[in-house]
Ligand binder design. Structure first.
Ligand SMILES: [Zn+2]
Length: 72
């Protein structure tokens, strides 16, 4: 499903492709390149916090690992 996310920095609306209705992880705004940690519950954006590049990379690694474990 597609979830719309409004960037708190530049107010540009982006979208994220989700497998589940719940998601917590990194998001990058396509326009201002801002990095955020977002939390989505029931396809709704619950929180959005700024993220450093280092932290963003680390979170992406975690997400990649999770995806690996989910595969059966
Ligand atoms: Zn932005």
């Amino acid at each position: 499903m597609m979830v719309k996310i409004k960037c708190p920095r530049c107010n540009t609306e982006g979208s994220l492709q989700l497998v589940e209705s719940t998601y917590q992880g990194p998001y990058r705004c396509w326009k201002c390149r801002g990095l955020f940690t977002i939390k989505i519950e029931s396809s709704e954006l619950k929180s959005c916090e700024p993220l450093s590049q280092e932290e963003f990379d680390r979170q992406q690694e975690i997400e990649a690992l999770k995806a690996k474990f989910k595969r059966r």
